[in-house]
Design a protein around this ligand. Structure first.
Ligand SMILES: Nc1ncnc2c1ncn2[C@@H]1O[C@H](COP(=O)(O)OP(=O)(O)OP(=O)(O)O)[C@@H](O)[C@H]1O
Ligand SMILES: [Mg+2]
Length: 457
């Protein structure tokens, strides 16, 4: 069995040979060095899982070698072989990160047992790291929460596009996290230490938007009492997030197209050409078809949409609802002095059944409100807003309607069967043929409806 690669550094030739033989028999790959210098050289060349290191050697002290090894690869597991070890030395070695000691003289069994324990410890440690990575991978990315496959895909996409400077168009219903995605891209990109500037295009009139984006010179229009830098200039070297891109006017679109193509523009009322290095991310709630055919010039659409990220609505990733609800609950509980423990099962159930037209934002608001009004140990159905509580009532109504309908259908079926049986004078084979069902099914139906069965078969 392959157990790992061990580097044995000791100046006693007999120890080198006996220990390496025993370890090789136990399944380890062993390399030996008879002095410190050689040991260090071999360590740098090979990749070892464990280093067995003599504390005292003529050319270099074990402590110095330990220091070097930990400096090079802090994760390496080092076991000190000690004969002359004092407590102070042991303490110093532990501070440097030695994993364990073994005192000379030691039995080979004792050494092998120690190494086996280390291997299981290492496995556990690796497993822990793996689990933590899985957990991190699964549940969030930056400030985005979600463990659904759909969100995993989004995380992967964000990671990939963060490594590029391409324009990104984020599409998603209101409250699906478009701004969070834009944020995550910026803060994972090489531009993360430079500005992330946001412009809400829908909130501004055409002239104001133009001067917001490109700035203006003093006197460019009434009220322009001094030069103002636009968001493009403010975002230089960083990222500009154009929110609600579907609402910009044709004039601004043309100017935007030029910046995307030439990386330059003039401030409103100015003649000097300004050059910028800005990564552009835009977002829209309109669907891509509408954006492409109705809302944006086609050339601008293609320029903005090098990479498209389409965010799923919450209904498409229901499995994230409890996770998000609990996350927001922790956030809002932390801001109050209440000691609420969590959700009742009923409340959580209803949250999962609701359709969430306002997506994550709506869920966040619902949880905030529930925490604010909750007077009990747990968040109850009563703490949820009317439209969510109504789901229960709607379900009951639907259930009732289905039951009524079923009863009507059964009554009709019974009457129909009776009629056919009367026509066929109780002859089952003929009746089954007429009904287009098997005789067995007919028998079952007769039994189910408790029809009298006096007639011949
Ligand atoms: N996956 C998520 N994890 C955690 N919080 C989220 C997530 N998605 C959205 N939110 C939260 O929901 C709210 C709305 O998110 P955001 O502003 O990014 O959505 P949006 O798509 O830009 O919405 P709109 O179209 O209305 O501008 C924010 O408070 C944000 O923190
Ligand atoms: Mg938004």
């Amino acid at each position: 069995m392959e157990r790992g690669k061990v580097l044995l550094i000791d100046d006693e030739p007999i120890l080198l040979v006996t220990v390496s033989d025993a370890l090789a028999k136990a399944g380890y790959t062993v390399e030996m060095a008879e002095n410190g210098q050689k040991g260090l050289m071999m360590f740098q060349e090979g990749s070892f899982d464990i280093v067995l290191l003599d504390m005292v050697m003529p050319d270099m002290s074990g402590m110095d070698i330990l220091r070097e090894i930990k400096g090079l690869y802090p994760q390496t597991i080092v076991v000190m072989i000690t004969a002359h070890g004092t407590i102070e030395k042991a303490v110093e070695a532990m501070k440097l990160g030695v994993h364990d000691f073994i005192a000379k003289p030691f039995s080979l069994d004792e050494l092998i047992l120690k190494l086996q324990n280390i291997s299981s410890f290492q496995c556990l440690k690796e497993e822990n790291v793996y689990l933590r990575q899985q957990l991190e991978k699964k549940y969030h990315f930056g400030n985005l929460i979600g463990k659904s496959d759909k969100m995993q895909e989004i995380y992967e996409l964000i990671k990939t596009v963060s490594q590029t400077d391409s324009t990104v168009l984020i599409q998603g219903e209101s409250g699906t996290g478009k701004e969070l995605v834009a944020n995550a891209i910026h803060f994972n990109s090489r531009r993360k230490n430079d500005p992330f500037i946001k412009v809400s295009c829908a909130a501004l009139s055409e002239t104001i938007l133009e001067s917001e984006l490109f700035g203006h010179e003093k006197g460019a229009f009434t009220g322009a009492i001094q030069r103002k830098l636009g968001r493009f200039e403010l975002a230089n070297k960083g990222t500009l997030f154009l929110d609600e891109i579907g609402d910009i006017s044709p004039t601004v679109q043309i100017k935007l197209l030029r910046v995307l193509q030439e990386r330059e523009f003039e401030r409103v009322g100015g003649t000097k050409t300004v050059h910028v290095d800005v990564r552009i991310i835009s977002a829209t709630k309109y669907d891509m078809d509408e954006i492409k055919t109705e809302r944006l010039r086609e050339d601008l659409y293609y320029r903005l949409n090098t990479i498209a990220i389409q965010l799923p609505c919450l209904l498409e990733r229901k499995e994230d609802i409890p996770l998000l609800a609990k996350y927001f609950f922790n956030e809002f509980r932390g801001r109050t002095s209440k000691s609420i423990l969590g959700f009742t099962e009923g409340a959580l159930d209803l949250l999962e059944q609701y359709e969430w037209p306002g997506n994550v934002r709506e869920l966040k608001n619902v949880v905030e409100r529930a925490v604010a009004i909750c007077r009990t140990e747990k968040l109850q159905i009563a703490d949820l807003p009317q439209e969510i509580r109504e789901i229960r009532l709607k379900k009951k109504l639907i259930q009732h309607e289905i039951e009524t309908l079923n009863n009507v259908l059964k009554a009709v079926e019974k009457e129909y069967l009776q009629k056919i049986l009367r026509i066929t004078q109780g002859r089952k084979a003929e009746a089954a043929d007429l009904l287009g069902i098997s005789r067995k099914t007919l028998w079952e139906k007769i039994k189910e409806h408790q029809l009298s069965d006096k007639s011949p078969s």
